[in-house]
Design a binder for this molecule. Structure first.
Ligand code: NDP
Length: 697
């Protein structure tokens, strides 16, 4: 047998463990190429660094050229994948050209490690046939992507010659920058150069574009995922009415295809070492942090929330969650159980397989990260459906995961309405659904999931109480009540919209509260000074206004706000002034039902036991808070409150380390904290006999 015939052929099916080993060897080879160049990279070097024998490397790749060709193919595939994802999320010809530029000059390709590895491979293209073929495919693909976009803007011949120029620019700019050790230009500089060139060439001719306007790399217009039926939904900026773009609605065929891709990719991901999974999640967190401001602006435009919030919360919280679960990935251990001298047992934590995440519209990126991080850390594949009103940032997250090295198929975003969600919850090959949404949706999801006995995690609505005792530090309590009601224009599930204030301090509390509410700045969410942005939609605005009207009709007294804001450009959006109701009682609809808007109800109480009973007199049980300086009372009261998440002398802070979730009608299961591990893994018990079997037969 010659060495060639003992090597695994690329086409032969690999088991997950083998696939993992193969990928590990390819990664090590890329590192060697970057550090040692082509000549210095040997089978021995690769084997040493991977901690295996050279024979094992030959087993998979035959010889040095075999493993180097696999590394080159991986580098080329990565660019291809980047291009594919970017093309899927853009629709206009100009945006497609930009996608090719951005993918080929992305920061992951324009850095010393990647640069040296590519240069080492390019150096062999004229000598080694397999390298020549890989390079030819790479060049062909880039040209054809550019040509097909340009053909929509100009006659064919012109399109082909401009495509060749842009391709030469991309490769030329990259090569000069790489040869200068990235001193002449970095990724941003390289992209800016080629973008300027393309803009210049398209001047005048761009009118042939399809009407969505010119796009920059980070523009939001026209995000898409594949859709067999070709139906789309539009995403609007609720603060201005501006059309942000369209996404394609996933139908049954799309969901089947996504599930199949996830099923195929998941075993290999599960077999990837926890350390490697953790590295990829950390890289994704790094990219999120690096793109914080841009993603925050996108989230602000899609949700109407103030940029002063999204810049410090939404993206950061997502990154923190990825980092936290990256660190937990490696500690997902089972137990050893002593069963006497003749046996022992152990348990293994194993992934569930393919899981689905369905998100609400108030914290789209954060919700996507909170669900994806534990799912991926513990070896599952996730298909995520954002809310129809806020579809954009999840697409960016999918792209970021791929950039970070997540294998295709492990995190996929599908878009659509409730029908698309139902396709996920009813799919027989999905093992779990994690929903963030309303109670009614939670019930529907649980019903649908029961047919295939899926695990469910439900993060649902609330009508949470905040109890302020007479001994509380009053200004702190006012701050807590503001945070508990007006952050994100009140569109926060855990908001404490029932504020119980001890009778002896009610007047002073209200005086200080109203003074601070009346100076809150309502305005353009992109203005860093704005504190209250737009509600999510016209329909939601009407719901909130209807509740305010009912509150008035039922006899509550408005101390602040209570109206839609229509001055100037605010009329284009759905702005409601932060509203404070006094003289509320427990039977009013504003006190019993979730409004999900900037509406606070203040209630009076006299003693501890009374307020605990009233606080618990709700079907919900998501959150609760207590302000008091009496240590014993704080813990005594918290111990009796029926809520999954509680705060003492604070409100609405949600560190990733603490599990988050509700009881009663507010949900099932927990997100974040070590507890989330339970919800994204399953336990296998193994009995190991150490003696003979006493068979009675
Ligand atoms: P919805 O329940 O209306 O929607 C949530 C998601 O479920 C959306 O993606 C929606 O799609 C989808 N969906 C709707 N019906 C079904 C179905 N039958 N099967 C599968 N999926 C379905 O919630 P909102 O988006 O309006 O969000 C607001 C609610 O979310 C509030 O009640 C709030 O309290 C709660 N929430 C809870 C949180 C928590 O952690 N406990 C955090 C944030 C919000 P589509 O958008 O297309 O309708």
């Amino acid at each position: 047998m010659n060495r060639q015939s003992t090597a695994r052929s690329d086409a032969s099916p690999l088991r997950p463990g083998e696939e993992y080993r193969r990928r590990q060897l390819v990664e090590v080879t890329i590192d060697c190429l970057a550090e040692l160049g082509y000549a210095g990279t040997t089978l021995l070097q690769i084997a040493r660094r991977a901690g295996v024998t050279p024979g094992l490397v030959s087993h998979y790749f035959a010889d040095k050229d075999g493993v180097l060709a696999a590394a080159f193919r991986t580098l080329v595939r990565r660019v291809g994948e980047q291009v594919r994802v970017r093309l899927e999320t853009t629709a206009t010809p100009r945006a497609r050209i930009q996608a090719v530029i951005d993918a080929n000059l992305a920061p992951e390709l324009c850095n010393p490690r990647s640069g040296r590895a590519w240069l080492a491979c390019w150096g062999q293209v004229l000598q080694v046939e397999s390298f020549r073929r890989i390079q030819a495919a790479y060049q062909r693909r880039m040209l054809s992507n550019l040509q097909s976009a340009l053909r929509q803007l100009m006659p064919m011949q012109e399109a082909h010659s401009l495509a060749a120029m842009i391709a030469a620019m991309i490769d030329g700019v990259w090569l000069r920058a790489a040869l200068s050790g990235w001193r002449e230009s970095d990724s941003d500089g390289a992209r800016a150069l080629v973008t300027a060139f393309v803009d210049e060439r398209l001047k005048g001719g761009a009118s042939a574009d399809d009407g969505s306007g010119p796009l920059s790399a980070s523009s939001t217009a026209d995000f898409r995922v594949a859709s067999a039926a070709g139906k789309r939904l539009a995403s609007l900026n609720p603060a201005t009415g501006e059309l942000l773009g369209h996404v394609a609605i996933a139908g049954p065929e799309d969901i089947d295809a996504a599930v199949l891709a996830a099923r195929q990719a998941q075993p290999c991901w599960a077999a990837t070492s926890a350390a490697e999974r953790a590295r990829i999640l950390r890289r994704a967190a790094g990219i999120l942090r690096a793109r914080n401001d841009e993603l925050a602006a996108l989230e602000t435009r899609d949700t109407g929330k103030p940029i002063q919030e999204t810049r410090v919360v939404d993206v950061v919280s997502g990154a923190e969650c990825l980092e936290y679960f990256a660190s937990l990935a490696q500690s997902a251990a089972g137990e050893h159980i002593d069963l006497g001298p003749r046996a022992f047992g152990y348990t293994r934590r194993e992934p569930l397989g393919v899981v689905a995440g369905i998100g609400a519209w108030n914290y789209p990126l954060q919700i996507a990260c909170w669900k994806a991080a534990p799912a991926l850390a513990f070896g599952n594949a996730m298909i995520f459906k954002p809310a129809e009103l806020t579809p954009l940032s999840a697409v960016q997250l999918q792209e970021i995961f791929l950039q970070a090295g997540l294998p295709p198929g492990i995190f996929q975003v599908v878009q659509g309405y409730a029908d698309t969600g139902r396709l996920l919850t009813r799919h027989p090959d999905i093992r779990k659904v994690s929903l963030t949404g309303e109670v009614g949706t939670g019930k529907a999801v649980m019903r649908d999931a029961s047919a295939t006995l899926k695990n469910v995690t439900l993060e649902l609505g609330g009508k949470s109480p905040l109890i302020i005792f007479a001994d509380a530090r009053l200004d702190q309590a006012v701050s807590g009540a503001l945070l508990a009601n007006f952050y994100s224009a009140g569109e926060v599930c855990s908001n404490a919209t029932r504020v119980f204030v001890h009778r002896s301090i009610r007047k002073e509390f209200l005086r200080r509260l109203v003074a601070r509410v009346s100076v809150m700045r309502i305005g353009d969410p992109l203005d860093p000074d704005t504190q209250v942005g737009s509600l999510i939609s016209e329909q939601h605005l009407q719901k909130v206004l209807a509740y305010i009207a009912r509150g008035r009709a039922e006899g509550a007294r408005i101390l602040a706000g209570g109206e839609r804001q229509l001055r100037g450009s605010l009329a284009k959006g759905f702005f409601v002034a932060p509203t404070v109701f006094d003289q509320c009682h427990d039977r009013m609809s504003i006190v019993r039902e979730e409004i999900f808007g900037p509406v606070m109800s203040v209630l009076e109480f006299d003693d501890e036991q009374e307020v605990i009973e009233r606080a618990n007199a709700t079907e919900f049980g998501l959150a609760a808070g207590v302000f008091t300086n009496d240590l014993s009372r704080a813990h005594r009261v918290i111990g009796q409150l029926q809520a999954g998440t509680c705060w003492i002398n604070h409100y609405n802070v949600t560190p990733i380390e603490l599990p988050f979730g509700g009881i009663k009608m507010s949900g099932l299961g927990r997100e974040n904290g070590r507890a989330a591990m339970e919800h994204y893994t399953q336990l296998k018990s193994v009995y190991v006999a150490q003696g003979d079997i006493d068979a009675p037969y």
